[in-house]
Design a protein around this ligand. Structure first.
Ligand code: C5P
Length: 236
């Protein structure tokens, strides 16, 4: 799998998204559509960005009973997403059902490629205290991430969302081909915003990330295209 930079299009509307992406007149970047944009604009935003030549990571983090997730994934595959995700906390049966839904949806749509299926291990907003006091999980966070990544791999998933700092341990546990999709990226000169543990694109490459997800360092840059190209240069 080719390493790539994914731009997090955290915009409230299709109009704002198209205005931003219209700046990219050369190769079309791989983009991430999250809940805000998908819930405001619906599936049309995916169809439109696909028709404009973008690859799409649909970051909707599904988590429900296996049958419901399977049916939902079938629809996301028909829609033409290139990468989708689920919460590993939904369990192995749910993850395997998600994969099956994608296979069936891609076949139904006549697509040769099944979308990549990625698991969220633990959200970066989950602290060690929350794990223990609210979720009643006594294991340390690093062990939980490793176990959830292992479950994802065993269920036929393609990778996990994790910190670049966890990429090496995920590859050790699940193999080099198991993808690590890593947010929390900033240039050395940027502000950290609300991200606690941040890494530059160059460092993420050293740490063996397969995909970096970059939002504000590109979307809020004075020259977003130059910032994107800088990311590519450092990371690829
Ligand atoms: O602007 P920034 O580069 O911080 O954006 C990172 C993107 O990655 C956002 O869309 C955020 O929701 C997402 N993300 C994250 N941490 C995770 C999972 C997703 O920052 N663990």
């Amino acid at each position: 799998m080719k390493r790539d930079v994914i731009i997090a299009c955290d915009f409230p509307s299709a109009e704002a998204t198209y205005k931003f992406l219209d700046n990219f007149t050369g190769d079309k970047p791989f983009v991430k559509i999250g809940m805000e944009l998908f819930y405001s604009e619906g599936p049309d935003i995916v169809r439109e960005l696909k028709s404009r030549g973008h690859k799409i990571f649909l970051d909707l983090k599904l988590h429900d009973i296996p049958n419901t997730v399977k049916s939902a994934m079938r629809q996301l595959a028909v829609l033409g997403a290139d990468m989708v995700n689920v919460h590993a906390a939904g369990g192995s049966k749910m993850m395997a059902a998600a994969k099956q839904g994608l296979i069936e949806g891609a076949a139904e749509a006549g697509l040769s490629d099944v979308p990549l299926l990625i698991a969220v291990t633990q959200l970066t907003s989950t602290t060690d205290d929350m794990l223990k006091d609210e979720l009643l999980i006594e294991e340390p966070m690093a062990d939980v991430v490793k176990k959830y990544a292992y479950n994802a791999k065993s269920s036929g998933l393609d990778g996990v969302v994790c910190s670049p700092l966890e990429a090496a341990v995920v590859h050790e546990t699940c193999g080099d081909d198991f993808l690590t999709v890593t947010p929390g990226i900033r240039f050395a000169t940027d502000s950290t915003d609300d991200q606690a543990r941040i890494t530059t694109p160059a460092k993420a490459k050293d740490l063996t990330s397969d995909f970096i997800v970059v939002g504000r360092s590109i979307t809020k840059a004075e020259d977003p295209v130059a910032a994107y190209e800088k990311c590519l240069k450092e990371f690829i």
